[in-house]
Design a protein around this ligand. Sequence first.
Ligand SMILES: Cc1ncc(COP(=O)(O)O)c(C=O)c1O
Length: 353
Amino acid sequence: MVRFRENIKKMSAYNPPLEGRASGGYLLLDFNEMTIEPSQKVKKALKEFVDSGRLQVYPEYGDLEAKIAKYTGVKPEQAMVTNGSDQGIDVICRALVKDRDKIIIPSPSFAMYYQSAEIQGAEILKPVYKKDLSFPLEEVLGLIKKGAKLLIIANPNNPTGTAISKKDVLKILKKAKVKNIAVLHDEAYFEFSKITAKDFIKDFDNLFITRTFSKTFGLVSTRPGYILSQEKNIKELMKIRGPYDVNMFAKKAISAALEDLDYMERYVKEVMEKSKPKLEKFFKENKVKFWPSKANFLLVRPENQERALEILKSEGILVRQRKEPDIEGTIRVSIGTLKDTARFIKAYSKVIR
Ligand SMILES: Cc1ncc(COP(=O)(O)O)c(C=O)c1O
């Protein structure tokens, strides 16, 4: 009999509700994706690649990491492209954590952290987000002591949307550095939130940043992510990522998207400066509870979760049901264009009627 490691046997697979969503013709407000197509430049680059006669050749990345570094404002040696930021998270866990090591994950948070930690057989410490869903700083600082290997923070956090101030991130980094603990600062929603720990890279060799082109650039189906960290760290992580883990579609899509930053910025502006205030106003006026968010989604508490999900679905809209202990009964609503928001508001009016 095959003997799987005990920690793998104890795990359950992460099965997000994916099936039927893309093909169902819904307005997809359930995975924090872009609700419109990516830049036409991306489509053109991908079509050219399909027609290039090179689909049968292993990927090569050329100056891709230099381009990402330029976009982010770090040195090329401080950037590493990954297969989604999911792979970035996993590579960092694999590099730093072994069986029974402690990982601190303020919770509730993004599912893949727990998966990568559990694969390593780590013991997960879960300081809980406060009642108002703000970051549990004191508790996290209290857990940063000898024995833990890694702290993972999503800033802003998914699914709560709440953020950690730069001042608090610095406090965490300083204490973690003294205690030899690495900090993974997940910036998946950076272009929406503008929150980054990038400027701390030069002073903190315990800092790892993961980011993605999945959300604001709309490239998620090509799985384009990256890590930023000091050069010596990137060198170690490169030993774990396979030489062609990132596929050529991701490479072509990233390069083309970086040539059309205007397109991304216009979308971010519409979402954050128009759609989001409109949606917040609607919820406030109708006394629907939601939490302040720095990302392209809101965590919302309907009076009756199942009923809200049912009505929205019957109106052709998918949002994400949350079941975690401290946010049970909530739904996470991604925010798209103004047109999407108007449609959502019309549908949600039937929920509160
Ligand atoms: C906080 C956070 N990190 C990482 C990811 C994964 O992004 P990617 O598509 O780059 O793997 C997500 C996706 O929802 C996320 O919410």
